[in-house]
Ligand binder design. Structure first.
Ligand code: CA
Length: 454
């Protein structure tokens, strides 16, 4: 038999070893049980496209449904076990190849592998005489039910002197803390995901012209993602023209791209389980109007200043605070806020006078999930202090301004919605913008669009 193994297998083994070490430090010994995501029924005979669970993937690299990872940890040894779907020629003809337990040990680098059909029979034995269980608690009702079933079967044998685990630990914070800092393999994938998504945005800008509809540009994004090997979008693409740009989670629909309007695209791809997340706002006809330019320059200045502060050692909050200062000063410049009513920039920030026009935060973590896991607070601090940015963390920076028709807003700005978003890796040298291939300066966007016939 030829030797096959998962690409980057060492990274997954290293992660499991870190988790094992953490369990030793916390409780000396214990058993980890981690399940992947369920297949979800869509309609009649069709399912939604299957997406594995992110934590399970991070620990195993395995993408098949109906899989479980079990780690038995003692102070001096550990055993890793995978339960997966058994080989089944009949099912494989219909649904595709299965790895099967026979190949799973070498492919996934685990000590043992069994058919998932043996899970319920084997788990009580694997939990017997253990004290600590690490699993998802009160998150997946399926996992809760399985744990209850396995433990009840052990409790029934308590009179025989069998010990039943008494201490339950939620495994998510442990894994999420690990996922917050990306390793070299993850960073390299996210660079690629950023480039592919940036190309999608470029293609959409090049295609844009009055008379097309939002879904035409959505199709261009998807074409660029897939032809570069991305498996899917990282989230439903937002293609929002005209007043739709003021709806934050608008989905690409059938609105017509009109001469003189802007189009806001918030779209990223998922490449080998890693997300990119980019927003660009551009004129449908390739030329910004003066009021659009005025607003755009404010959002861009806020975004650049926030990126400058997305560096090692700064608090996670800092980029948001810096973006706010510029956005709010801009709202005064545009005469949407005024001194008589709102006082100074600092007053307006404190009183949240900007909230009708900027109602979301500036950043979130990015990784296997588009809104990635990891606490926004320092986990070990006694107060609620903000997370300090460290090398290997990846965050989005995405300020915006949104003007619905309102008596407070000069009419020339009505229905302008602008957001600019990039993906930023905190590095030892400061930071690296993973999505910088997508043009962002007004001149660059207008230049790109005019060279493509706009
Ligand atoms: Ca985002």
């Amino acid at each position: 038999m030829t030797s096959i193994k998962l690409p980057n297998l060492e990274a997954f083994i290293t992660r499991r070893n870190s988790l094992i070490q953490h369990i030793r430090t916390t409780s000396g010994s214990g058993v980890v049980v981690l399940n992947t995501a369920k297949e979800v029924f869509r309609s009649r005979d069709s399912d939604y496209p299957y997406r594995h669970d992110s934590d399970f993937y991070y620990m195993t690299g395995f993408c098949e449904p109906q899989s479980y990872l079990v780690l038995q940890v003692t102070p001096t040894s550990s055993t890793s076990i995978i339960f997966c779907r058994p080989k089944d020629l009949e099912r494989e003809i219909w649904d595709g190849l299965r790895l099967g337990p026979e190949l799973a040990t070498q492919y996934l680098g685990v000590d043992q592998a069994f058919s998932v059909e043996e899970l319920n029979a084997m788990m009580p034995d694997l939990l017997k005489n253990q004290t600590h269980i690490y699993s998802r608690l009160a998150i997946s009702s399926d996992m809760d039910a399985l744990l209850r079933e396995w433990l009840n079967s052990l409790r029934a044998k308590a009179r025989l002197g069998i010990k039943v685990p008494q201490h339950f630990h939620d495994i998510e914070p442990l894994i999420h803390e690990m996922r917050l800092t990306k390793d070299a393999i993850e960073i390299s994938l996210m660079r690629k995901a950023g480039k592919i998504a940036a190309n999608g945005h470029i293609r959409a800008m090049q295609t844009s012209r009055p008379g097309l509809r939002e879904y035409h540009l959505e199709a261009e994004l998807l074409y660029e993602f897939r032809r570069n090997g991305a498996q899917s979008v990282a989230y439903n693409s937002i293609v929002a023209t005209g007043q739709n740009a003021c709806i934050l989670h608008y989905k690409a629909s059938d609105a017509e791209l009109k001469n003189g309007d802007l189009c806001l695209i918030d779209a990223g791809c998922e490449l080998d389980s890693y997300a990119s997340d980019i927003t660009r706002t551009f004129p449908v006809n390739g030329k910004f109007t003066t009021p659009q330019k005025e607003v755009y320059e404010i959002v861009l200045a806020a975004q650049q200043e926030a990126i400058r502060h997305s560096i090692l050692g700064n608090e996670f909050q800092k980029p948001h605070e810096k973006a706010l200062e510029i956005l709010v000063a801009g709202l005064f410049d545009l005469k949407i806020l005024n001194q008589a009513t709102h006082g100074t920039v600092a007053n307006a920030i404190e009183n949240k006078s900007y909230q009708p026009y900027y109602m979301h935060r500036t950043s979130h973590w990015l990784g296997i999930d588009v809104h990635d896991v990891g606490s926004y607070r320092e986990p070990m601090s006694s107060d609620d202090s903000s997370r300090i940015l460290r090398e290997g963390m990846i965050l989005t920076v995405e300020p915006g301004l949104y003007f619905r028709p309102s008596p407070e807003v000069p009419e020339k700005y009505w229905n302008i919605g602008i957001r600019i978003e990039d993906d930023v890796l905190v590095s030892s040298k400061g930071n690296e913008i993973l999505s910088s291939d997508a043009p962002v300066a007004i001149n660059d966007i207008e230049g790109l669009m005019s060279s493509s016939g706009n």
